[in-house]
Design a protein around this ligand. Structure first.
Ligand code: PMP
Ligand code: GLN
Length: 392
């Protein structure tokens, strides 16, 4: 056969995401899947019921491109209620098909090929191809284990006159780090100094532990005009399959983000939007309950991992926990170890090294991530399997 023309440089070189790889392996080996992050209990019934009613009553036609007014108003109220942030619902909020689409739309709206974007690693895996596809250059700055501290000098050194944006993920997946006020201020000062924007991936905004509260970068002095803040109903309401996301930002930015969104998906299913509007208006009890239930699961997993002799890294937010497998002296990579325990201990995890830029030196090679947003009986069974396999 004659040779075929080359396909897109970014996507033809990519593998399948680690989440899909490990989830398939977990199914194949009947392992408990603590790899890919998703809850095994669906979010509030009142939200699901409302979506079902709306699906039947309709309308089921294209809703407004920026999202139904009820959801945009609810997102604006939620910003005010939790963070004191004021956005005009009509011009400064856009509903998207998940945070993934929101990230894509924001990246497309901000970046040109001559620009640079800074990402903080280990980073969520869609950032890199989304940025590279615009032709912009990625500069990665690593937070350092075991405490995932932010190297301020390295961060400063990554900025230059071509820096257009930073992608900030707090609470951070997979590091489970919640950026402190001081760290956010360092970033804010650099954004001012280099006149750059921030795309703030805040999908885990309500999943913080030990009394910590999430602070959006946009809430710091002078930052609101530079930030596009992204939330996800998937995480906030344990409905990951719905793929409903929302962006809040100044009109000067959201106007262009909307142009990208109109040709990515244009809209998101209206029934789901109405239901999530209801969810965002639910009282504090729901949001506090979500965090405290997850904190108990986190503590259970911490005790399990420590019980089998695995040191764990701090877990301040998200529904992930990182463990260090160095002391097992396993002969292979973190990826091999995750495959090994999926096949043999019948519990799946994901390797942390896949969340680094290919050019990064000193990538941690002994860290693996477990997801703990699972039913208590499932977590207990995972604990039994790990303890049995590792002989405790
Ligand atoms: N950002 C981060 C950090 C995530 O962990 C996820 C979760 N999957 C996403 C974005 C994407 O969210 P969504 O499922 O709403 O597209
Ligand atoms: N965000 C989830 C995780 O980090 C996975 C999302 C996905 O599979 N696309 O595990």
């Amino acid at each position: 056969m004659a040779s075929m023309p080359a396909l897109n440089n970014v996507y033809s070189g990519l593998g399948t995401t680690i989440f899909t790889v490990m989830s398939s392996l977990a199914v194949e080996h009947e392992a408990i899947n603590l790899g890919q992050g998703f809850p095994d209990v669906d979010g509030p019934e009142e939200i699901r019921k409302l979506a079902a009613e709306k699906l039947i009553s309709g309308p089921n036609q294209y809703p407004p491109m920026q999202g139904v007014p009820e959801l945009r108003q609810a997102v604006a109220r939620h910003n005010q209620r939790f963070y004191g942030l004021e956005y005009d619902w009509a011009s400064e909020i856009i509903v998207t098909s998940g945070a993934t689409e929101a990230l894509s739309a924001c990246i497309m709206a901000l970046l040109n090929p001559e620009d640079e974007a800074i990402v903080i690693e280990p980073f969520y895996d869609c950032y890199l191809p989304q940025i590279e596809q615009t032709g912009a250059r990625v500069r990665a700055v690593s937070v350092k284990p075991p405490n995932w501290s932010l190297p301020v000098d390295e961060l400063r050194a990554a900025f230059n006159k071509n820096t257009k944006a930073v992608i900030l993920n707090t609470p951070m997946n997979p590091a489970s780090k919640v950026f402190t006020q001081e760290e956010l201020q360092v970033l804010a000062d650099l954004l001012e100094e280099f006149d750059a924007y921030a795309i703030c991936d805040e999908v885990y905004e309500h999943l913080t532990f030990d009394g910590r509260r999430h602070t959006p970068l946009a809430a710091l002095d002078g930052m609101k005009d530079r930030c596009l803040r992204i939330g996800s109903a998937g995480k906030t309401f344990s409905l990951t399959g719905w793929k409903v996301g929302y962006i809040s930002g100044p009109a000067a930015l959201t106007t262009v983000v909307a142009k990208a969104h109109q040709f990515l998906t244009f809209t998101t299913p209206p029934a789901l939007q109405y239901a999530i509007a209801h969810g965002l208006n639910m009282d504090d009890e729901y949001f506090d309950g979500l965090a405290s239930e997850l904190q108990a699961k986190r503590d259970f997993l911490a005790a399990t991992l420590e019980g089998i002799g695995l040191p764990i890294l701090p877990c301040e937010g998200t529904y992930f926990m990182t463990a260090d497998i160095a002391r097992f002296g396993f002969n292979g990579s973190d990826y091999d170890f995750c495959r090994h325990i999926t096949q043999n201990a019948k519990v799946a995890a994901v390797p942390i090294s896949v969340f680094y830029h290919p050019d990064t030196k000193d990538v941690p090679s002994t860290l693996i991530r477990f997801c703990f947003c699972k039913r208590d009986d499932v977590m207990a069974e995972a604990a039994e399997r790990l303890s049995a396999y590792f002989g405790t």
